[in-house]
Design a protein around this ligand. Structure first.
Ligand code: CO
Length: 434
């Protein structure tokens, strides 16, 4: 399989993007760094906004959701909005508020399960911690991002000699008692709590007692890689859904002076249902759209005309066909890796796609010169969902659910196709000017 240099470079850029983003807070920071480098200026929700045609801005809510936009050259009531949504969070293990526990001289960190990870894939990985910590200051507290680059934690497997049926019954963990992550030995009567606080305090250069609260997840320190006979595949954590964030952001950064206002919205909390202030079920995107409309001087009538002319692409990964598990797939709807963006449909509106929006996305792909595929889940299997139906129902605008095909969704080490990422960037870029 011939992989053009541009596709290789875009896939490498995606792997770098993910490696710099071991938590949703870091994903937003990585986006912010790239947006700033491209001249986008941060807006604060507490300030008054004045926006003119061509203005490039972004706004962050809750530290882990971000919306970036370019104000179009044409009036919004006549041009509408071109929007792409994705999510910054990934399923995994999150530290509890008081995680440290002494277990016969070993320090373990208690975790909650965030979303629906494949738990077995977290065993025997070189795990570490990333996220945010609030540190006490004279005036109150300040939020600091935490990212340990080196392995700090581990969930060692039980030896096969003590788990003889593991290959017949699968690797199972009791969620309360068998998932805590091993951190170290509690020497000389040092309290487990102190062992836990010490490396974070050292990393941040603060006193251990000043660490107030945290949202920290375990992440895999192994960097992204290419694999396959032609290195036509990639592997990394969080391909679901940082691939879509990266593709949408790349599309926005490639868009110069669009006629319609172009907007990317990357939300936290998709993996747990999106119902939060910063999630897709919250008011973030509608608040930003209202402010875009007021800044353009649109009255209520024109705001609704703007929405009626808008289009939303919900970008989230799709299930690539796996030759070892043919029975898991709908026989007429294989989404093949490295064969192009996938349009996801579900009659029960688990995906927001309808016949019109699917046809529109097909036309976008044709214009971009990329192939596209259609996916439906097996009728006898429950179908996952996305932010697509949530945003579409809140805003009342036409929406399509699309994604690149991938394997092992919600594993800590997922994989996907190099060409698909390039195809998705091309399609999303075209969607902004279509
Ligand atoms: Co997803």
């Amino acid at each position: 399989m011939n992989i053009p240099d541009t596709a290789r470079a875009q896939a490498q850029d995606l792997l770098d993007f993910i490696d710099a983003s071991p938590s949703p807070w870091h994903a937003v920071q990585t986006c912010e760094t790239r947006l700033q480098a491209a001249g986008f200026i941060r807006l604060e929700e507490v300030d008054r906004w004045t926006l003119s045609a061509g203005a490039r801005h972004y706004v962050v809510r809750g530290g882990s959701s971000i919306i970036a936009f370019i104000v179009g050259q044409q009036g919004a009531a006549d041009a509408g909005l071109r929007m792409i949504g994705a999510h910054t969070d990934s399923p995994g293990l999150r530290l509890k508020p008081k995680p440290a526990e002494d277990a016969a001289g070993m320090v373990r960190l208690g975790v909650e399960i965030y979303g629906g990870p494949i738990l077995a894939t977290f065993a025997d990985r070189d795990l570490s911690l990333a996220g945010r910590v609030n540190v006490r200051t004279p005036g109150g507290f300040t939020t600091r991002l935490v990212h340990f680059a080196e392995p700090l934690l581990r969930l060692p497997n039980l030896a096969v000699h003590m788990n003889r049926e593991v290959n017949e019954n699968g690797l199972k963990f009791n969620k309360q008692t068998e998932l805590p992550l091993l951190l170290g030995i509690s020497e000389d009567g040092t309290k487990a709590e102190a062992r836990f606080r010490q490396p974070i305090a050292e990393l941040l250069g603060v006193e251990p007692g000043d660490l107030l609260t945290w949202e920290l997840n375990a992440y895999d320190t192994q960097k992204g890689s290419f694999w396959g006979v032609d290195r036509e595949f990639i592997a990394n954590s969080q391909l679901d859904n940082l691939s879509s964030c990266h593709a949408a952001l790349s599309a926005l950064l490639a868009t110069k002076e669009p006629q319609a206002t172009c907007l990317c919205a990357f939300f936290d909390h998709e993996e747990v249902g999106s119902e939060s202030a910063a999630g897709a079920g919250g008011s973030f995107v509608s608040d930003v759209i209202s402010r875009l409309a007021s800044s353009a001087g649109l009255d209520g009538e024109d705001q609704r005309r703007m929405l009626a002319r808008s289009f939303f692409i919900s970008a989230d990964m799709a299930h690539g066909w796996h030759p070892n598990f043919p029975a898991a797939y709908e026989p007429c709807h294989h989404a093949v890796v490295n064969a192009g963006p996938v349009i996801k449909s579900n009659a029960n509106q688990r995906y927001s796609t309808n016949a019109d929006t699917a046809a529109r996305f097909m036309a976008i792909c044709a214009k971009a010169g990329v192939p596209c595929q259609q996916y439906a889940h097996r009728t006898d299997l429950g179908c996952g969902s996305t932010i697509g139906p949530i945003v579409a129902s809140r805003l009342g605008i036409p929406s399509v659910d699309v994604g690149s095909p991938m394997w092992a969704m919600h594993s800590i080490r997922e994989s996907a196709g190099v060409l698909d990422h390039t195809y998705m960037i091309a399609a999303l870029t075209t969607s902004f000017t279509d």
